[in-house]
Design a protein around this ligand. Sequence first.
Ligand SMILES: *Cc1c(COP(=O)(O)O)cnc(C)c1O
Length: 427
Amino acid sequence: MTTTNARAALHAADPELAGLIDAEERRQRETLKLIPSENYVSAAVLEASGTVLTNKYSEGYPGRRYYEGQQVIDQIETLAVERAKALFGADHANVQPYSGSPANLAVYLATASPGDTVMGMSLPMGGHLTHGWKVSATGTWFRAVQYDVRRDTGRIDLDEVRELALAERPKLIFCGGTAIPRTIDFAGFAAIAHEVGAVLVADIAHIAGLVVGGAHPTPVGHADIVTTTTHKTLRGPRGAMILTTEEYAKPVDKAVFPGLQGGPHNHTTAGIAVALGEAAQPAFKDYAHQVVANAATLADELLARGFDLVSGGTDNHLILIDLTSKGVAGKPAAKALDRAGVETNYNTVPFDPRKPFDPSGLRIGTPALTSRGMGDAEMREVGRWMDEVVTAAAGDDEDALEAVIARVRGEVTELTGRFATPGLTRP
Ligand SMILES: *Cc1c(COP(=O)(O)O)cnc(C)c1O
């Protein structure tokens, strides 16, 4: 927790900026954070991330640095690495990537050359930019081929993935994504990668916390390389990790440093170590399972209220809503919900007829609300509020919409007032 003294010092030194942080803290406390890639870190993670470790340069790896004074930093990074290896059961861990996108770039650098064929899920179908989408460096420096979901099921069809892989012979196959509401079949992907001689990369940025909590199958043992952010369901600071088999340990380390990055962010490494320690506790298993249970309850409530969910529901923390049947686009719905204190993000849905900046969908998830201790009853209320606001936003009565937003905003404030927010300075 940012101590009261530290915050007071910031207020004295820079009242303008300190005031903005206070305002953001208030906003985070008083809104329902339904963005599936976000969470609340604990006071312990927050404290470790905001320390004097930010003062230190440590290019290299523990025991092999290019700067002196690494007596303590080496121990911190080693602690993070060992905790990551133990938690995921991986041979090797690199905790230095600045974030998820640079972690994926390091994997390309370690395993492929510009112009090589690579394969990933396309962005509008639920993949990530860095899985070869055309506006990303990964889509311009490599010959990226992309797989989709099936139009009739909204799910990945491994027969189609295999056919594409056999035809294109990619060097690298990415599985995982950013808007996938269903379990990923890592063994199935591994069989395909093995058959075509590709390196399999599982990007578990969204679901890492579910994996370590036993609420989603693990890719370790199937994928050659696993990348993950640390700030989503894993509930650490903004950062990333790469887990590998022995075979890819050296190339991946070399790709991260000196291939792509300079000095690691040691304050972040410390925050990651604390988060990994928390994720190893029995309580984190309960958390991961509650995230999934909450998403199932919320999906159930939304389905009962006539919402159309991509793939018909969810297996994990994430729900992708196709608003077409509600007669409103994603953006106006998300903006109305945000004004009511319900924070979501508008998103494309598979085969979206609308444009990416004005798509048909809403992407929501339960990791952050679950971190606040919310459960079944709260999920039902959230589903009701979403229905009320979206239905009003679909109509053309501005006054009626304003009235609904004002009422829901009041009810949301009442609810958030009853649940503590981890890490925030004031209760
Ligand atoms: C969030 C995410 C990333 C990228 O993480 P950043 O830290 O935003 O760069 C990469 N892959 C997937 C699947 C993600 O969901």
